[in-house]
Design a protein around this ligand. Structure first.
Ligand SMILES: Nc1ncnc2c1ncn2[C@@H]1O[C@H](COP(=O)(O)OP(=O)(O)O)[C@@H](O)[C@H]1O
Ligand SMILES: [Mg+2]
Length: 433
């Protein structure tokens, strides 16, 4: 099936080179592929490099990818005596007739159920029809970038009529106590209430998490029941562990008790996240300020990341280290986002947003003022900021963060927002500096 209309629209053959790495847009959501085998038979080093880069993408982390050269001929040879994988990627530099002949030969050795994706240079509607007739799942026009391969392979396993797969947003502080949890809880509240997106807050600070307190909930069960019984995890089980906070918001609460210690393996939360992804449109992860195998893995595998920093030097250093590392680990994703919190403490010398913007090469997504009265009231009453004061400008910031983080709006497109002038200003500063 040919799905990529925008690729079909390319008019002429582009020059032979690897396509530039273009990360996915905020509004595009590519669901990770399941544990499948993929074998690519390339003809050009550029395409082989793109497939290699795709195989390192977080969304293909479970897929088993193998890359070799030789195109369709090598594929026919390879499968004469061995079973075919879930997906075969074939690159062909040939003319249409030759591509179709090669595919006919491949069909003779291909097991039923194997999907074939073709990467070619020809943009021609007759060829598409013939490819479709032969059951080719997708046709990509070279040059392809890593994300084109990721999109195509992942697309094979998310049927268009299937329930959309949930988005995972990870929130972490650049230091402890900077308000990461508070922001995670308030943003999730806005996602549920203002965007009416069913959401789950997952409190990953098992020993000290405050989500239960902040939402005024005291659930008997929560995330500990799941992470300590990995064999029982499925949708129904996780569903029973959720406590309902509002119409569209549920909580997977931390026990916040110290009778056991919380040491986890790198993959400890994988199964829980898989269930959340498959059953809930949006999960907000409240990640504690830790750098361990499992926290790093959660951050790398999230759809979006929000780093919360207070305006001091340690926060600046830590935020930069986190953002740099996560950018490098997720080359095909939107860059990690960050916001400044607790800005404007009286008499405190602070590092300016412009300095953060310079060091992190991006302006902060939001600048949240230090407001002890407002935040203190909310925390002590078990309320959200919007519940204490719906019209407060900080409540509006959380609504805007909710929009940006769910891909509803690019920061720069949120017209009439409080963020816009600020972002524009910072961009100007960045250019000038
Ligand atoms: N903008 C703010 N102004 C004033 N107090 C804040 C602000 N943001 C967070 N706080 C307070 O800071 C404290 C630490 O917040 P928390 O969310 O637990 O931080 P973290 O999760 O980063 O450790 C809480 O008491 C919270 O109410
Ligand atoms: Mg916290």
């Amino acid at each position: 099936m040919i799905k990529h209309a925008h690729q079909v629209a390319v008019a002429e053959d582009p020059p032979a080179q690897a396509a530039p790495a273009e990360p996915v847009g905020a509004d595009e959501h590519i669901a990770p592929a399941p544990r499948v085998s993929v074998q690519a038979f390339c003809e050009t080093v550029e395409t082989a490099a793109a497939v290699q880069a795709a195989s390192e993408d977080r969304r293909l982390g479970k897929a088993h990818m193998k890359i070799q050269m030789g195109g369709a001929i090598a594929a026919v040879e390879a499968y004469r005596n061995s079973p075919t994988p879930n997906v075969i990627l074939i690159e062909s530099e040939s003319r249409a007739d030759d591509i179709l002949n090669a595919l006919d030969r491949l069909a003779e050795v291909c097991d039923a159920g194997t999907r074939v994706v073709v990467i070619g240079r020809i943009n021609d509607v007759t060829l598409y029809r013939e490819l479709t007739r032969r059951g080719v799942s997708d046709y990509l026009i070279a040059p392809v970038g890593a994300i084109d391969i990721v999109r195509s392979v992942c697309g094979l396993f998310s049927a268009p009529d299937a329930k959309p797969v949930g988005r995972i947003i990870a929130v972490i502080g650049a230091k402890g106590g900077v308000g990461a949890s508070t922001i995670a809880h308030n943003v999730a509240f806005a996602i549920a209430r203002d965007l009416t997106l069913d959401s789950v807050v997952t409190d990953l600070d098992l020993a000290f998490g405050t989500a239960g307190l902040d939402y005024n909930q005291d659930p008997p069960q929560g995330i500990a029941d799941a992470v300590f019984s990995p064999d029982r995890i499925d949708t129904a089980f996780i569903d029973r562990l959720l406590s309902k906070c509002t119409d569209h918001l549920s909580l997977l609460a931390a026990p916040a008790t110290l009778d056991r210690v919380y040491d986890f393996g790198t993959e400890a939360f994988d199964a829980i996240l898989d269930v959340l992804r498959s059953s809930i449109p949006c999960a907000v992860l409240d990640v504690p300020h830790l750098w361990s195998g499992w926290t790093k893995r959660l951050l790398v595998s999230a759809d979006d990341i929000l780093v919360v920093a207070a305006p001091d030097l340690a926060n600046l250093r830590n935020a930069k280290n986190m953002v740099d590392l996560l950018r490098a680990a997720r080359p095909n994703d939107r860059r990690p986002l960050y916001c400044l919190n607790q800005v404007g403490v009286p008499k405190r010398p602070e590092i300016t947003p412009a300095d953060f913007a310079k060091a992190l090469e991006d302006p902060p997504l939001a600048i949240i003022p230090f407001e002890p009265q407002l935040f203190g009231t909310a925390a002590n009453n078990g309320q959200m900021i919007a519940e204490v004061s719906a019209s407060h400008k900080t409540a509006e910031i959380f609504r805007q963060l909710a929009q940006v983080l769910t891909g509803r709006a690019e920061a720069k497109r949120t017209s009439g927002s409080m963020l816009t002038p600020l972002l524009a200003k910072l961009k100007l500063m960045k250019r000038a500096g």
